[in-house]
Design a protein around this ligand. Structure first.
Ligand code: ATP
Length: 330
């Protein structure tokens, strides 16, 4: 079986192709970068995706050494994400499915992040930490759904880093820039530490950090934001770990912010106390990509899920991950 996954929720237009064992045959992406000092403008990003879609598709097929006719299943990111961007991927996916008579699976983008790391390390049932621009959640797969054991109550950690970088006049995405600045910082500045049970908040950190930019070195602000935000996340993961009523076989971290080495190390120190390993994908696979969507498409096909009618494959901009049925876990 050969599965194609199409990703277009936000900044990245990607096409991933995998075989029936989940081996990656192609992973091609084009990324939209907003002008310095700006966030992602949905229509500009969609325009970028429209221009790049055919090139990305062509390059992916060529990388895999196949034609569209060789694809058995097509999957695409149905949401959550930016409407105009989602529609570019959905339209291409529907066209290919209709034109070539292929089954089409709409996929929840966040489930793609989680399933890719589970698949990559053949994990049975880890505790997931999904950290990105769209999500900051602690989850476990149980009885047909990803159950949220803790999450941000306001902005995501990716948003915290991206907006801080933008306010400081730095490039998008902010996470990698903040990470390298933080390596040159060392003074721990006072920032709000808000954790409520296994959930948490970051907007207070963002407000205070923007104020601190006026009076302190940006390296120290970046260092402090990472220290405080990541300590909050790790503390919430530890609390969730103790609350989960069954055994997990590790902690799986995914999403773009998973590439941050400070967060990964902090999580590792905590996990070791519980005799658990932290599983992180090769950095390239943490951010949005088509392979993660293909992996979910493969799981759906193998589970015998009936593909929906094309007319009911519309995009969904706001879509909680715990609203999605996971048929292969039932
Ligand atoms: P989602 O996948 O939930 O829809 P998203 O579209 O923002 O969110 P990702 O590509 O998974 O998708 O993550 C992008 C985020 O990851 C951005 O906020 C970016 O700043 C952050 N990021 C990338 N690399 C790093 C890093 N090294 N350290 C911290 N953050 C990082």
């Amino acid at each position: 079986m050969i599965v194609m996954g199409i990703e277009s929720t936000a900044h990245t237009f990607g096409v991933g192709i995998i075989d029936g064992e989940g081996n990656i045959l192609a992973d091609v992406r084009a990324r939209y970068t907003p002008p310095r000092g700006m966030g992602i403008e949905p229509f500009n990003a969609a325009e970028h995706h429209s221009k790049e879609a055919a090139n990305v598709l062509r390059d992916a097929l060529s990388e895999a050494g196949i034609g569209v006719e060789d694809i058995d299943v097509i999957a695409f990111s149905r949401g959550p994400g930016l409407g105009p961007c989602l529609r570019v991927g959905a339209s291409l996916a529907r066209y290919l499915a209709l034109r070539h008579g292929k089954p089409l699976y709409p996929v929840h983008h966040g489930v793609g992040h989680l399933e890719l790391v589970t698949h990559y390390y053949s994990l049975r049932n880890p505790l997931h930490l999904l950290v990105s621009g769209g999500h900051t959640s602690i989850l476990v797969l149980n009885e047909c759904r990803y159950r949220v054991f803790g999450e941000t109550l306001d902005i995501t950690v990716g948003n915290l880093l991206d907006v801080l970088a933008r306010e400081a006049g730095l490039d998008f995405p902010g996470g990698p820039v903040i990470e390298s600045l933080a390596e040159k910082g060392g003074e721990l500045l006072d920032l709000p530490y808000t954790i409520i049970g296994t959930s948490f908040q970051f907007s207070g950190i963002l407000t205070k950090a923007i104020q601190l930019l006026k009076s302190h070195r940006i390296e120290d602000v970046a260092y402090s934001v990472q220290e405080v935000a990541f300590s909050i996340i790790v503390e919430a993961v530890e609390r969730a770990l103790r609350a989960v009523p069954f055994d997990v076989d590790g902690i799986a971290i995914s999403g773009g912010v998973a590439s941050n080495d400070t967060l990964y190390k902090k999580l590792g120190v905590m996990a070791e106390r519980y005799g658990l390993k932290v599983y992180r994908l090769p950095k390239r696979l943490n951010g949005d990509n088509g392979v993660q969507i293909a992996v979910v498409g493969l799981r759906m096909a193998l589970a015998g899920v009936e593909p929906p009618e094309l007319s009911s494959t519309g995009v969904v901009q706001r879509w909680r991950i715990d609203e999605v049925d996971i048929p292969w876990a039932c």
